[in-house]
Design a protein around this ligand. Sequence first.
Ligand SMILES: [Mn+2]
Length: 478
Amino acid sequence: MKPLISFSSTFLLIITHCIISLTIAPLQAQPPGVQYRGEGRAADDAPAMVYKQRRERVLATMSNRTVAVFLAADVRNRQNDVDYEYRQSSDLLYLSGFNEPKSALVLVPSGYVDSVSGQRLTEILFVQKRNPSQELWTGVTSGTDGAEKEFGIKALDYARFSAVLAQIMATRDTLYITTLPTAQVTETLSGESVSLDAAMKQRLTTKNPNLIIRSQKKLLSEMRQMKDTAELRLLQKAIDISVAGHLATMKYTRAGMREYECEALMESTFKQLGAEDVGYASIVGSGANACILHYIANRRQIKDGELLLMDCGAEYHGYTADITRTIPINGKYSAEQKAIYDLVYQAQNASIAECKKGVDWRFPHSRAVDVIRKGLLALGIITNPDDYKWYFPHGSSHHIGLDVHDASTYSALQPGMVLTVEPGIYIPEGSPCDKKWWNIGIRIEDDVLVTDGDALILSAKLPRKAEDIEAAIQSVKR
Ligand SMILES: [Mn+2]
């Protein structure tokens, strides 16, 4: 479920942009009076006040000697050519809703007096200045005025970011800073792995020898793992869209199709219903590919009698669902497929039943393990109880939210947490068991909300029981 992203160093990016700018400079002129207008924020995004309250909660946990910096994600470039579609860093999204690159949020509990306006600020959003020539190519940006109006937070020009931050850090002893997934760049020529994080830390500590640098994860994981009302609404929307995608694909998929055709059905439904993206690369594996946990090539032709495993989730306003169904391509599970399916189904039910307030977050997984271990022994697929790990090699749960593997402190389950429950059994060809089981790979994954009582299955509208899946497939004439 790792998004497909390639690296390009910032250096190369700058060079590339310079070349393009020089080449196309004469074309950038516009008729006088042209002003591009943005769409503004989505009407169903959380109100600016919700983001403000989140920032205030973070500020309340920080001491007066600290400052926190939440950096925007980088723009990633594809093959030194066009850029990938932009995805903001989840922490910055969570605290501001601001969706533009080259921006940063700075939280200073004891305040910073802005030398230009004279205002004392505890929160500052640094944003790029509007640039009409650039907007012609990549679209409208908010600018400081737009950001203040739309997001209700004092905005300063990003060009001032370094200088202002240096000034703030001079009188603080702790800096909380973003750790982005892009921070590791491998220098293929030297064969050495260089951590940009480490390089940045080095520079910061050289300038500020007494500064303690901490990951901002400490500040946010506790909050982000508890979903507020606005988040639950967006998460439910992402889940509803994903359910519709799975249902359409389940119904209109048949033997002879390629895995990518199923992926197309799935993702076209996501987009038709307003999802901006997928939350992770769609996993659509048939036959032997169902046994590969993160199979994303999705090219194979599906044959009659096979299983099709689809692990796909839509992303809506930054929130992602994570749902898996494994269907019989011809509408009817074989005896062996059904035996394994029912076992995974029972394991999932046992696991969901334990997703309760106060329970250690690992406990639901241990219940799934109990059921699967017993079942595999009873079916004669294993004879040593420990060997269940060969066929169920992953955990059953993780939090979801702005990230598909969302922020978590791995503490006991509490109402407001949303997690997946996804046991599976995978028996690749050559496994030491009767070969009638070979190439059966089954995972069932749903998204559940922990409440004061029983867990609520947010993806419950999607058929999950073997008979219900068969009925859904058979409801369409083929
Ligand atoms: Mn998952």
